[in-house]
Design a protein around this ligand. Structure first.
Ligand SMILES: Cc1cc2nc3c(=O)[nH]c(=O)nc-3n(C[C@H](O)[C@H](O)[C@H](O)COP(=O)(O)OP(=O)(O)OC[C@H]3O[C@@H](n4cnc5c(N)ncnc54)[C@H](O)[C@@H]3O)c2cc1C
Length: 417
């Protein structure tokens, strides 16, 4: 019986990729669904870098949760911050009081991992939510304004040096988009600027970009970035950052007031406060059926969950969260019907990374391809996955406009800090 109602209550924490899909998957189940998030919107994180590089407005990649699930009759939304869990009492603790559950799905996602580099955390830029993307956009555009009035040549070159750290998909996409913003668009806004003073560096600690992809695709990505004027540096480990200079482990100093950190991700810090067993990256260890072994009414999915398949942990990526959501929702229904839960079976849909206009790498079902075809696949996949017809339409229009007119509409500096 529901806490106070007639039907079992499923509380889902997090309206990201996993939580939203879980709520939808329970639309016709004999349960009441309460979805809780500290924000009132679902965010499509894979396109955040385009907000950071002035290509899209935030509202084009986010959508209010209440609008997304408006038609679902067994659904209720609560905007509040979850701060703890009382598993024996079957309640979550929030800043607005406890919420009781019969079944709980935790889909609380991840946060940037700075690996204890306090200077990077304090002075660098993470890219995990809308305010951070807007901060990067403001800062990059302001760096150009500062460079225009800087009389000292060395200082001017520093203002025009942009360091991106991390050679995974986010770092690769961010570096490519930043270089194109500068070389295709900002050069027109700043005709007195010497473009030779501009540097975009992509620092990667290992000897490869896009780690899990085949060597041919990794090399193609690096080559494309070089062609787009991104200096790719392998074996470059960041040791410290003071907001003015990046210090590498080798002792090399790179003067740069801009450092964008795309080198690590971990589960949100909340997972450490729930009394659940956490393992690598603060992720909660779950059984193959996605429950927490000691608490069979609690499911953890997506970035916050740790599950190994064939000896390797599942990646912190949207398809894992989406597929786990379906399994968790199905297992709750199976339990209500007195059936045993099913194990999670991950189907890898492949991986994609774009490197600016007409360029991408794709690895799908063992087939790798690059260039324009991969870029088109990337565009189609992202448009399909965006939530809401309005967002799909506006993003498509924006991309078409930028493609044909070499523009980025959103290059506004919106704060003075
Ligand atoms: C910049 C960037 C680019 C990415 N690109 C890709 C990509 O190209 N392809 C891909 O597959 N994956 C990509 N990812 C990863 C992908 O976004 C995540 O794997 C996915 O979002 C995980 O889904 P989730 O449901 O676990 O968490 P999320 O989608 O992060 O959702 C978590 C939700 O929980 C809420 N929440 C967290 N803590 C609390 C709390 N205490 N109280 C209330 N609510 C809370 C948050 O507000 C959020 O809405 C990218 C991520 C980033 C940051």
């Amino acid at each position: 019986m529901s806490p106070g109602g007639t039907r079992p209550r499923v509380v889902i924490v997090g309206a990201g990729f996993g939580g939203l899909r879980a709520a939808r998957a329970l639309a016709h189940a004999p349960v009441d669904v309460v979805l809780v998030d500290r924000h009132n919107y679902h965010l499509f994180q894979p396109l955040l870098y385009q907000v950071a590089t002035a290509g899209l407005e935030p509202e084009q990649i986010a959508r209010p949760v209440r609008a997304v699930l408006r038609g679902q009759r067994n659904f209720e939304f609560r905007m509040t911050e979850v701060t703890g869990l009382d598993a024996p009492g079957k309640r979550i603790v929030t800043t607005d009081g406890p919420i009781a559950y019969d079944y709980l799905i935790l889909a609380v996602g991840g946060q940037t991992n700075y690996f204890g580099l306090d200077g990077v955390e304090r002075h660098g830029f993470g890219l995990k939510d809308i305010p951070e993307a807007i901060r990067i956009r403001n800062h990059v555009l302001r760096a150009f304004e500062r460079a225009m009035v800087e009389t000292d040549a060395e200082r001017r070159r520093a203002w025009l040096t942009f360091v991106v750290v991390g050679g995974g998909p986010t770092g690769v996409e961010m570096a490519g988009a930043l270089s194109e913003l500068i070389r295709l668009v900002l050069v027109k806004d700043y005709p007195r600027l010497n473009v030779k003073d501009v540097r975009v560096l992509l620092l990667e600690a290992t000897d490869r970009l896009l780690g899990p992809m085949p060597a041919r695709l990794r090399e193609a990505a690096a080559e494309t970035l070089w062609r787009k004027h991104v200096e790719v540096r392998f074996g470059a480990t960041v040791a410290d950052y003071d907001g003015e200079r990046v210090t590498l482990k080798s002792g090399e100093l790179i003067p740069a007031p801009t450092l964008i950190w795309a080198a690590g991700v971990q589960a949100v810090s909340l997972t450490a406060r729930l009394g659940l067993p956490t393992v690598r990256q603060g992720r909660v260890a779950v059984a193959p059926t996605l429950e927490v072994p000691e608490h069979p009414d609690v499911y953890v999915i997506g970035d916050a969950a740790y599950l190994e398949v064939a000896g390797a942990p599942l990646p912190m990526m949207a398809p894992v969260a989406i597929q786990m959501a379906r399994t968790a929702a199905a297992n709750i229904q199976r339990r209500l019907a007195g059936q045993p839960p099913a194990s999670f079976d991950y189907r890898d849909p492949g991986s994609l990374a774009t490197i600016g206009r007409n360029a991408a790498v794709a690895y799908i079902r063992g087939i790798g391809f690059t260039g324009f075809p991969a870029w088109v696949v990337w565009l189609v996949v992202h448009i399909i996955q965006l939530i809401g017809f309005r967002n799909k339409l506006f993003v498509l229009l924006n991309w078409a406009w930028d493609y044909f007119f070499y523009e980025r509409a959103a290059r506004l500096i919106t704060t003075m800090d």
